[in-house]
Design a protein around this ligand. Structure first.
Ligand SMILES: [Zn+2]
Ligand SMILES: [Zn+2]
Length: 277
């Protein structure tokens, strides 16, 4: 058995929150100051897997637990990446790709593999060809040198010794998103609007489940609270942590109303999970 740690390095929806330029929507609670969504999985031998690589990736890598004083050396920074589990190619999940070049440099330049669906990998390669080794003179000294591994639904992959399994969820009109099974007792679902029977079966009864929840009101492509609650009633995780929140979700207010075993993430939230596979 191995013990891994899951760190929510960002839990905000696509534009991050709270929004600036609208003072009445601001929050002074640091738990409402959310980077774009992502997570880091820290293994017992120092392995690091990332789930997504959104536009706040640099801050997520430098300060994964969101506890850095902003001045001194960030002792808990991430200097290694054994692989990136991509959920989909939306900007808030993939447009920090370029920041992987510094990690690659720290690791000696051997390259980092991005695991995702073939269609999402095609999208990110079309947007950022230089990140995948296609020559660009300007960046020739510091390319991220990413490799891709297209994954099959339900197939298990070992990434940094962690067995991971992709499962499909539907992002409303935005189409496919990959949820990831993490070992046998944890799972990560983001940007779901609906979750089919196959994925529900794979994600049922986990010790730790991360699930997206945007807001109270219905939304065309993300679970709102009512829909999220119905999923949790079905999947019955021992501990559920909600992520990818909108600005209207205030941590303290919601924490007081959530049922037992369900909590809101904040940037830097972390917990361990066992891997017995
Ligand atoms: Zn998103
Ligand atoms: Zn999305």
């Amino acid at each position: 058995m191995a013990i891994w740690t899951l760190v929510i390095t960002g839990c905000g929806t696509s534009h991050g929150n709270p929004p600036w330029g609208v003072p009445e929507l601001w929050s002074s609670d640091p738990r409402d100051l959310r980077r774009r969504s992502g997570a880091a999985l820290l293994g017992p031998a120092g392995q690091v897997l990332l789930i997504d690589c959104g536009p706040d990736l640099m801050q997520q890598l430098r300060d994964p637990f969101a506890n850095w004083d902003g001045v001194g050396y960030p002792e808990q920074c991430i200097c290694r990446c054994d692989g990136v589990l991509l959920t989909h190619a939306h900007a808030d999940h993939s447009h920090g790709l370029n920041d992987l070049r510094h990690i690659n440099r720290l690791m000696g330049g051997g390259g980092i593999t991005l695991y995702g669906s073939a269609e999402h990998l095609d999208e990110v390669q079309a947007m950022f060809p230089y990140c995948f080794g296609r020559t660009n003179a300007y960046y020739h000294q510091g390319n991220p040198v990413l490799q891709t591994q297209a994954v099959d639904i339900g197939q298990q992959y070992h990434v940094g010794d962690l067995p991971v399994t992709p499962w499909p969820v539907e992002h409303g009109p935005a189409g496919l998103v990959l949820a990831w099974g993490l070992g046998d007792r944890a799972g990560y679902i983001t940007d779901a609007k609906t979750i089919g029977a196959q994925t529900r079966s794979a994600m049922r009864g986990k010790d730790l489940l991360v699930l997206n929840m945007l807001q109270e009101d219905p939304h065309v492509s993300h679970l709102n609270w009512q829909e999220c609650y119905e999923v949790l009633e079905d999947l019955r995780p021992r501990r559920a942590v909600l992520t990818h929140m909108g600005y209207s979700v205030r941590w303290q207010e919601w924490q007081d109303r959530l049922p037992p075993g369900v909590e809101l993430a904040y940037d830097g939230w972390h917990d361990t999970f066992e891997v017995t596979l």
